[in-house]
Design a protein around this ligand. Sequence first.
Ligand code: IMP
Ligand code: MG
Length: 187
Amino acid sequence: MPAPKGPPELKHLDHVLVSPTAIKRRVAELGNQLNKEYAKKDLMVVAIVNGALIFTADLLRVMRSPLRLDCLRASSYHTGTKAVGEPRIIDQMKLDVRGHNVLLVDDILDTGKTLAAVTGLIKAKGALSVKTCVLLDKKGRRTVEFQADYVGFDIPNEFVVGYGLDFNERYRNLPCIGVLKPKYYGG
Ligand code: IMP
Ligand code: MG
């Protein structure tokens, strides 16, 4: 079968930081680590959407623990590449986390504000344990102290798109993680 062509927006990338093959390999590794950590434990996976959608979908298909999935929606990036204000939870979860092991999954750890806020919220709701798993970590951008338990890739301080990550809601369907050509960050 010929390799499927990617979306035309691939041409908008200045450079690729993480290839589809590298993502696939790393997601499998993370999934296997999680399988060890949560073997025989009941787990609630909470994806922070929209960004974590594709990462979570791929990760879940590697995971072997008995689990349930829920999503929550947090928003701090209203436009472009600039975070505006504090993260807000704009869509609450359906499942009750009280007494459960929770694994929070997000696309990227940037300033740390989103995961710090959501972790606090889930702990306050009475979760038995809360761990975090992110595909990407921009350690140089932290404004609040936060470390994820599981990290796919450390990346430099550049605004990235693809594999779930967007710029103004576009580029989520790119199969790789990349940086846009400057002219596309205009709007
Ligand atoms: P934090 O609260 O600053 O850690 O931001 C986390 C959220 O900001 C992530 O869940 C992303 O939705 C978004 N974000 C941060 N950096 C990037 C990026 O480089 N590309 C796309 N979205 C980003
Ligand atoms: Mg996000």
